[in-house]
Write a protein that binds this ligand. Sequence first.
Ligand code: PGA
Length: 235
Amino acid sequence: MKKILVCNQKMFLTYDEAKDLRKKIDEIDFSNTNLIICPSYLNFDAFNGYELGSQNCFYEDKGSFTGEVSAYDLSLRGIKYSLIGHFERRGYDTDEVINLKVKAALRNSITPIICIGETKLDRELRRTSKIIKTQLFKALSNIKLEDNQEIIIAYEPAWVIGGKDTMKLNEIEDAFGYITKLLEEIGITSYKLIYGGSVTSKNISSIISDRIDGYLLGSSSVDEDELNEIVKCIK
Ligand code: PGA
């Protein structure tokens, strides 16, 4: 199966830089990956023709919500995926809001990419499992997937985001085993599990496994050479 590659461009690029990156990544052979590009809202059209995801979405369809962009509106623009609950947004969104966003995405035919993961402190205090379970169960509370719906769970511990070192494969696989068990427990069967956090061309070959359906890239996703090397490795 082709690996999913989610490119979270965060707020890294101006519109001109995004257009420039697009020209460069047009040269990369992505045929063996399921590529999903998540630009800033202003940069969607720089990546026309690629499968697009948003970095966030709002749960109401329309209304007095200054500064928000609804899942409904995104779906009308052809957006097929949305990151929800990314660590860098968890300061603004409670677990309840994340749950509403997941529901709004599904209602609007957007596949939610639900980000979960523990902080360094959680890990030190040995409460990783508890955090994963709470985040997962709350995000998916009262959700039953229809036959044509799927979710993507991105396991992305806060303590590996934006660094140089990533997790060890056995640590990722342990977490994936646990997440799989939890999803079974709540009857979610249609899902993909991806991993994120400082994935680079230097470490990608150490974390390739059949159990990992794909990767969520931050910094590496806006560097065409990095992206090219990563794509070559996961083929
Ligand atoms: P990183 O970011 O690859 O730069 O660690 C990943 C993310 O935050 O989604």
